[in-house]
Structures are given as structure tokens and as C-alpha cells.
Write a protein that binds this ligand. Structure first.
Ligand SMILES: Nc1ncnc2c1ncn2[C@@H]1O[C@H](COP(=O)(O)OP(=O)(O)OP(=O)(O)O)[C@@H](O)[C@H]1O
Length: 251
């Protein structure tokens, strides 16, 4: 399984860097939450890491050929629009594209990956439904399933649980933690710091394009970082159910 190495990665929008000199080593088996306020640079960092944006410095993923990248990493962008009125199963099946040769039709291995992805996202009963006729949260789950069907060793996801109901937020985060436990690398931009604290093995905190903290959740979600970066005061406790985090007040 492969990891992701970023070395001195910077992205400029005009003269100003919106991601500035970030170096990171992300390893298989890690479920990494990328956190930071709006505009911190989370999306820009992930898109540059994927080679979707011009950047300075290097990303091990961006250096791969397009075909290799399709097999190495699944990408779930923030904007989720399903434009084609195809069935859920067909749409999830698009995740198999990097595994098919030119003109090659999907086989039993692909069908099994699609069925597993549908089941993992609680969508088996939706397989024959038209994807455009689903609710926003259901469509979000379909797009996560498409990324899972890709069976890539890395999953990069931009706010993957936004718009999901609480139960599906928890099951999706648990799924990401399970994927990491299976040996994949998951990097997800998250605004729900409580779920990030509960399910991520590591948090990377960004502010104004820079990396300001990197480590286990308890070491990153400190009162000082929360006040300085998010302008927040929060309650955080270790409980038998794991860490509990609740933002309390803007400071
Ligand atoms: N196409 C663009 N042209 C110019 N500036 C941009 C463009 N896209 C993003 N930016 C700027 O880059 C900075 C980082 O944006 P980015 O989308 O990476 O932040 P983010 O941390 O993902 O934010 P959010 O939590 O709101 O999704 C912001 O200041 C944003 O205004």
C-alpha cells in the first residue's frame, strides 16, 4: 500500500500563496482529518496533492500518470452534482473505470466491488433507482460508494459527511476508520471536529494556507489551538465511548 508525500507544497492564486510550503508524510493505515476554518486551504491542498492544480513543490500522487493516479487514489470533491439520470448501480460502477482496459467490459470482480460499495453505503436497495431522483444526502452516499468501488489504496474526500444525517455521518466516519484499519490511507477535510476527534487517528490543522498543528486529535484540539485558529472555546473529554468534543462559545 502506498502513502502520500508532500514536499514544500505551495499553491498561488495570483501573487498570494493560499497553500504555503506544506510538507507531510501520510501513511497507509491512517485516517487523517484535515481541519481548519473556511478558506484555510484544505480543498486547495488536496487538489494540488492530486495534481489537479498547478503548484510548487512536489506531491508523490501528482507525479503519477493519470492512469496510475486513478488506481492509486479515489477523490470525492466538495461539489457533488449528479448530472446524468443513470441508475445508482451504473453511477457507482464508474468507480471501476481505472481498472478497465480500453473497450473492456466490467467483469465479476467489478460487479463484486460495486455490490460491496453499495452495501457499505447502505444503498443496496437503491441500486436500480435513478441517481438524480435521490435526496441530496442520498446522492452524497452514492458518490462515496463510487469512490469506494474504485478500491484505491488512498481516499481523499472533501467534506464527505456534509449533508448526511447523523446516523449516516457516523457510519461513514466509521467506514473511513475501517478502511484505514484495513491498510488504506484516508484523508478527509472535515468541519465536524467532534467526529474528527472520534474517528481520525491524526488531525492536520491548517490556518491561512499554513500547517499549524499535526498529531493525534487530543494534541491538536487544544484550548489554545481552538481559540487561536477557530476562535472557539469547547468542551472535550475522554469518555468510555471515546473522545467527546462540543464547541461551546465563540471567543
Ligand atoms: N479559484 C480561485 N481563485 C482565487 N482564489 C481562490 C480560488 N479558490 C479558492 N481560492 C482562495 O483560496 C483560499 C483557500 O480556499 P480553499 O477552498 O482551499 O479553503 P478551504 O479550507 O477548503 O475552505 P472551506 O472550509 O470553506 O471549504 C481561500 O482564501 C479562497 O478564497
Amino acid at each position: 500500500m502506498t502513502g502520500l508525500t508532500l514536499s514544500n507544497l505551495s499553491v498561488y492564486r495570483g501573487p498570494c500563496p493560499v497553500v504555503e510550503d506544506i510538507s507531510l508524510n501520510l501513511h497507509p493505515g491512517e485516517c487523517v482529518g484535515l481541519i481548519g476554518p473556511n478558506g484555510a486551504g484544505k480543498t486547495t491542498l488536496m487538489r494540488a496533492a492530486l495534481g489537479l492544480l498547478p503548484h510548487k513543490g512536489t506531491s508523490s500522487l501528482a507525479r503519477l500518470s493519470t492512469a496510475e493516479r486513478g488506481r492509486a487514489a479515489a477523490w470525492l470533491p466538495q461539489m457533488r452534482e449528479i448530472a446524468w439520470p443513470v441508475s445508482v448501480e451504473t453511477l457507482v460502477g464508474l468507480g471501476r473505470t481505472p481498472h478497465l482496459g480500453p473497450g473492456q467490459r466490467p467483469g465479476p470482480r467489478d460487479a463484486a466491488a460495486i455490490a460491496a460499495a453499495l452495501a457499505r453505503m447502505d444503498l443496496t436497495d437503491f441500486a436500480a433507482r435513478r441517481a438524480t431522483a435521490l435526496s441530496g444526502g442520498e446522492q452524497a452516499r452514492v458518490l462515496i460508494a463510487r469512490a469506494l468501488a474504485q478500491e484505491a489504496p488512498m481516499l481523499l474526500a472533501d467534506e464527505p459527511i456534509a449533508g448526511l444525517d447523523p446516523a449516516h455521518q457516523i457510519t461513514t466516519m466509521r467506514l473511513f476508520a475501517d478502511l484505514a484499519a484495513e491498510g488504506r490511507l484516508v484523508l478527509a477535510a472535515l468541519h465536524d471536529l467532534g467526529l474528527a476527534a472520534r474517528f481520525c487517528t491524526r488531525l492536520i490543522l491548517m490556518q491561512r494556507g499554513r500547517l499549524v498543528a499535526d498529531g493525534p486529535p487530543a494534541e491538536v484540539l487544544t484550548p489554545d489551538n481552538l481559540a487561536r485558529v477557530f476562535g472557539l472555546r469547547a468542551y472535550m473529554a475522554d469518555t468510555p465511548d471515546g473522545p467527546v468534543f462540543q464547541p461551546l462559545e465563540v471567543v
